[in-house]
Structure formats: C-alpha cells, structure tokens
Unconditional design. Structure first.
Length: 299
C-alpha cells in the first residue's frame, strides 16, 4: 500500500472495524463486526425532534424529524452494507445528522438483506416504502408527498439510483437523488485498490449474494448504466479517491449528465470507501453531509 496517498484520518479509520473475510459461513460474524464498530465509527448523532419506528407499507423503517413545519419534505434512505449487512441502527447517526442539517425528514428503510432475501427483495421494499410515503405515510406523519428525494450509501446508493429510475417509469417525479460512494456496475471490473478497505473479493461476494450468477445482471435494475436515464431527478454523487467504486460512481454521473440530468459530483481526495457515514472519524464526513444537506435545501 502506498500510504502517502491516504488521508491521516483514513489510516486510523482502517483500524477501527475488525475485518472478517467474507463467506456464507462468516457472514454472521461480519454483520456483528459492523454493528460493534458503529459507535466508534459513526457516533450517536445529534439529538433531534423525533425518531419514530414505523411500518412503511409492510416494511420496517425509522422516521427522523427535526424541523417544526407541517408537510415536511422527506428523504427515502437506503443504508449501505453490500446488500448483506447494515440496518437502521448502523446508520442511525448518519440519518440523524442528515435530518438535523437539512430540515428534511428522513425515512431510513430496514430492507430485507441478501443472501436470505436476494434481488429483487430490497428494491421491492424500497418501492413499498416510497408508495407508503406518497400515501398513508404522508397523511399520518405530516410529510409532503410531492417533495420526496432518495438517498443511499454504497449498496444503498445502488438501491436509491434504481428506485429513482423505477419511480420515473411510473410517472413519479422525485425531488432528487443523493448517491454516496454508490455501487453501480455489476461487471465487477475493479481497479487494484484492495489495500484501502473495501476490496474486490468483498464486492464479488456482495454481488453474488444479492444477484446470484444465474440472474441476468445486464438488466437496468441491476446495471443502472444500461438504463434510459433521461428525465431522472437531479443528482449529487460523492466518491472517494481510494475507493474501488469511485470510477463507476463517476461514470454514472457522466451518464446522467449526458442524458440531461443536473449532476453535482465531488471526489474527496485521500479518502476511502463510505467515509461520509463515519462521522466520528472523518472531518470530511461532516463536509460531505453539509453538501448533501445543502442540495436538499435547494430542492
């Protein structure tokens, strides 16, 4: 590893979570490792007006509110974790921070995880949650069904991007999409950045768990780069220089721009995969969250 490329905080951050080589047999230990590292990586997040467990159309979710106005705009949030790990708990601090900084409500979706529930389970859960937000959820919780954005980090970024395209196909106009270090390309042709956290073997495990090799990964629900991207809502895409997913996230941004979609793309130098979630470790995480919150306020 060329450590001269690493931000000093990235060097320290890579030592916080115990790395578990991923297999079907070790997945429970990997899930537990992510949970145990959450407090040190993310922190507890700010105190906000309300945090409520909700049933979002049959999907468990957590609703964050900090503003005091009625008909609040809302972000539909999909957590990261390679579609196989993570939960509303591992992303609680991030969602609290996003709600506090933006004034938007945040609905964090506890979608079903692979490999127990492979594609399309997680995407279907996102669709059910979106339908709930546009119907009974808005009425029950004082939300604005006409101002909904989607957001997600890592694999959650993939779910958010596909949810935005599915919504467009159904004639639903979303306010925007926030994609943080997103997974985009199932071809898994990754650069040699294995020494900076997330590695190629892990990403191949994630893809095989979510969309087993017998599944056609060229369909737009799995490969967003193959979709018609015209008419999608504006996007903010955050990538990290030393993340093996940075190139595909930036390709997706370029494809959106070529389709006429307004895009703001920012690559954070010297940083590693999904640094914006790790608010307790990275100063840049707070800068990235401020960037996301500013986009929401503009939408």
């Amino acid at each position: 590893m060329d450590r001269s490329r690493l931000h000093p905080q990235a060097r320290a951050a890579m030592q916080v979570q115990q790395r578990v080589p991923l297999t079907r047999a070790t997945l429970p230990a990997a899930r537990l490792s992510m949970v145990r590292a959450t407090r040190d990586e993310v922190g507890s997040g700010p105190a906000i007006r309300s945090v409520t467990a909700v049933d979002a159309g049959g999907v468990p979710a957590r609703l964050y509110r900090d503003g005091d106005h009625d008909a609040a705009p809302v972000v539909l949030y999909a957590h990261g974790g390679g579609w196989v790990m993570g939960s509303v708990d591992t992303h609680d601090g991030l969602c609290r921070q996003l709600a506090a900084a933006s004034g938007w409500a945040v609905l964090s979706v506890d979608y079903r995880l692979a490999p127990e529930h492979p594609y399309p389970a997680a995407l279907d859960d996102m669709a059910h949650a979106l339908a709930w937000l546009r119907g009974p959820g808005a009425a029950q919780h004082g939300l604005d069904p006409g101002r909904i954005a989607v957001a997600g980090d890592s694999a959650g970024g993939h779910l958010a991007a596909v949810t935005a395209r599915r919504a467009r196909d159904e004639g639903i106009r979303l306010a925007g999409q926030l994609l943080v270090c997103p997974v985009v390309d199932p071809a898994a042709d990754y650069p040699a950045l294995d020494d900076y956290g997330l590695d190629r073997d892990e990403m191949r495990f994630f893809w095989d768990a979510f969309a087993p090799p017998a599944v056609d990964r060229t369909q737009p629900d799995l490969d967003p780069l193959r979709a018609d991207l015209t008419g999608l809502p504006p996007a903010v895409i955050i990538t990290a220089e030393l993340d093996l997913l940075s190139a595909e996230g930036e390709r997706y941004g370029a494809a959106l721009l070529a389709a006429g979609v307004p895009v703001t793309a920012a690559r954070y130098q010297g940083l590693i995969h999904n640094f914006p979630r790790k608010l307790a470790l990275f100063d840049a995480a707070h800068v990235a969250l401020a960037q996301l919150a500013a986009a929401l306020r503009a939408w």
